[in-house]
Design a protein around this ligand. Structure first.
Ligand code: FAD
Ligand code: DHB
Length: 390
C-alpha cells in the first residue's frame, strides 16, 4: 500500500487529522490497533475548548456536538468549605467551553470517515517504521493476521503515549518528564449532575472533581494514592469520600446513583522535543502528556493536528514546506504553556503525600488570590478556555 500521509493511531488526533487532510484532497491512511467498539467506548476527556469545538464545526464534525453538548460559561472552585465561581466570558472577552465527551468526538469522526470511504483500518497494529532517513518512510503493520507495509511521503504518529512512532525516532528527540505522587480514581454514575458547572475542589482530604456526561450521567474524580486499586474503593466509600471533599458551609447535596465504571489513572507530565524528525511527525499524546486537572490533553491533541493539517495543505497548494518546518516550534510554545497550566492546577489543588501545613497554606493563599483578583482569575480563565492556535 502507498499513501501521502500515513497516520498511526485512530484516536481523536489521528481521526481529526485524516478528516482535515481528506477535505483538502490529501490522500491518507489511518492504522488503528484496536477495534471500533473499543475506540468508541474508551472513557477519557470531557471538555472541549472553544477553539477545539470550532475546528470540529469547521470540518463538518460539529453537528451532534452542537445539539447534545453543554456550553459552560465557568467553573466552580471550592476550598476552605466555600464555593467560588470563575466566569469565563466576562474574563476572556466572551470565551466558553463545551462539555462533550471524547468518546462522542471519536464516534462522530469515525462515522464521517466511514461515510466518506476514508481508508481507516481497525485492528491494524503498526509494529515498526523503516526508511526514516530515506525519502519514503515505511510503516510495517499487522492486519487480519498478515504482515503488511504502507509506504508514505510522511508519517504522523498519533499513536498515544504507548505508541511506536516516538520510539522509532528515539535517537533524534529529547524528552522531559515529571510523575506526580498521586493518581485519580475516575467514575461514571447514572445520576444527573449535582451541579450546573464543573466543580474543582481542594480539601484537607485531597482533590475532587465533579464533571458530567450530559444531563443524566455524572463523571467524578478523586485524588487517590499512587498504586491504589479499584478494589479498595467500594461504591459507598467513593460516595462518602466525594461527599467529604465537596462539603461546603451552606446548602448543597451530592446526589448518588449506580456507578457504571471505575478506573485509576496515573498522572504525568511529558514533552518530546522536537515533535518531528525528517518525514516523521508526532501529534497528541504521542508527543506530550499533561495531568488531567486543566482539561488540556484532548485539546492539545486536536490543536496539534489542526496546525499540522494546515501545514500539509500549504505544502500541497504552494509547494512550500515553510509551515511544516515551523510545526514543532509552533506547537511546543503552546504545549509548554499547557504543561505549565496543568502543573499549576494540579499542584495547587492536590495534597502531596509529604505535604506540610505550610504548603497547604500557600495553596489556599493562591486559591484566595484567584477568586479575589480579576487578573488572577483572568489568567486561569484564558488558559482554561484555550489560547489561540498561533
Ligand atoms: P489516544 O487517544 O491515546 O489515541 C491513540 C490511538 O493510537 C489509540 O486509539 C491507540 O489504540 C492507537 N495506537 C497505539 N499504538 C498503536 C499502534 N502501534 N498501531 C496502531 N494504532 C496504535 N484528558 C483530559 O483532558 N481529561 C481527562 O479526563 C482525561 N482522562 C484521561 C484518561 C486516560 C486513561 C488517558 C490515557 C488519557 C486521559 N486524558 C484526559 C487525555 C486525553 O484523553 C488524551 O490527551 C487524548 O486521548 C489524546 O488523543 P490522541 O489521539 O493523541 O491519543
Ligand atoms: C473532565 C476531566 C478533566 O480532567 C477535567 O479537568 C475536566 C473534566 C471530564 O472527564 O469530564
Amino acid at each position: 500500500m502507498r499513501t501521502t500521509v500515513g497516520i498511526v493511531g485512530g484516536g481523536p488526533a489521528g481521526l481529526l487529522l485524516a478528516r482535515l487532510l481528506r477535505r483538502s484532497g490529501i490522500d491518507c491512511v489511518v492504522l488503528e490497533s484496536r477495534d471500533r467498539a473499543y475506540v468508541e467506548q474508551r472513557q477519557r476527556a470531557g471538555i472541549l475548548e472553544q477553539g477545539a469545538a470550532d475546528i470540529l464545526r469547521e470540518c463538518g464534525a460539529g453537528e451532534r456536538m452542537d445539539r447534545e453538548g453543554l456550553v459552560h460559561d465557568g467553573i466552580e472552585l471550592r476550598f476552605a468549605r466555600r464555593s467560588h465561581r470563575i466566569d469565563f466570558p466576562s474574563l476572556t472577552g466572551g470565551r466558553r467551553v463545551m462539555v462533550y465527551a471524547q468518546t462522542e468526538v471519536v464516534k462522530d469522526l469515525i462515522r464521517l470517515h466511514l461515510e466518506d470511504g476514508t481508508p481507516l483500518l481497525f485492528e491494524a497494529t503498526a509494529t515498526a517504521i523503516t526508511g526514516i532517513d530515506a525519502d519514503r518512510p515505511v510503516i510495517h503493520f499487522v492486519h487480519e493476521g498478515r504482515e503488511k507495509t504502507l509506504t508514505c511521503e510522511y508519517v504522523v504518529g498519533c499513536d498515544g503515549f504507548h505508541g511506536i512512532t516516538r520510539e522509532a525516532i528515539r535517537g533524534a528527540i529529547t524528552t522531559y518528564e515529571h510523575v506526580y505522587p498521586y493518581s485519580w480514581l475516575g467514575i461514571l454514575a447514572d445520576v444527573p449532575p449535582s451541579c450546573d458547572e464543573l466543580i474543582y475542589a481542594h480539601s484537607e482530604r485531597g482533590f475532587a472533581l465533579h464533571s458530567m456526561r450530559g444531563r443524566t450521567v455524572s463523571r467524578l474524580y478523586l485524588q487517590v494514592p499512587n498504586g491504589s486499586g479499584v478494589d479498595e474503593w467500594p461504591d459507598d466509600r467513593i460516595w462518602d469520600e466525594l461527599d467529604a471533599r465537596f462539603a461546603i458551609d451552606g446548602d448543597w447535596k451530592l446526589e448518588r446513583g449506580p456507578i457504571t465504571s471505575k478506573a485509576v489513572l496515573p498522572m504525568r507530565s511529558f514533552v518530546t522535543e522536537p515533535m518531528r524528525h525528517r518525514r516523521v511527525f508526532l501529534a497528541g499524546d504521542a508527543a506530550h502528556i499533561v495531568p488531567p486537572t486543566g482539561a488540556k490533553g484532548l485539546n492539545l491533541a486536536l490543536g496539534d493536528v489542526a496546525v499540522l493539517a494546515r501545514a500539509f495543505i500549504y505544502l500541497h497548494t504552494t509547494g512550500s514546506s515553510e509551515l511544516l518546518d515551523a510545526y514543532s516550534d509552533t506547537r511546543l510554545r503552546r504545549v509548554w504553556r499547557a504543561e505549565h497550566f496543568s502543573y499549576f492546577m494540579t499542584t495547587t489543588l492536590h495534597l502531596g503525600p509529604e505535604q506540610t501545613p505550610f504548603q497547604t497554606r500557600l495553596q489556599l493563599a493562591q486559591l484566595e488570590r484567584i477568586v479575589t483578583s480579576r487578573a488572577a482569575a483572568a489568567e486561569l480563565a484564558e488558559n482554561y478556555t484555550g489560547l489561540p492556535l498561533y
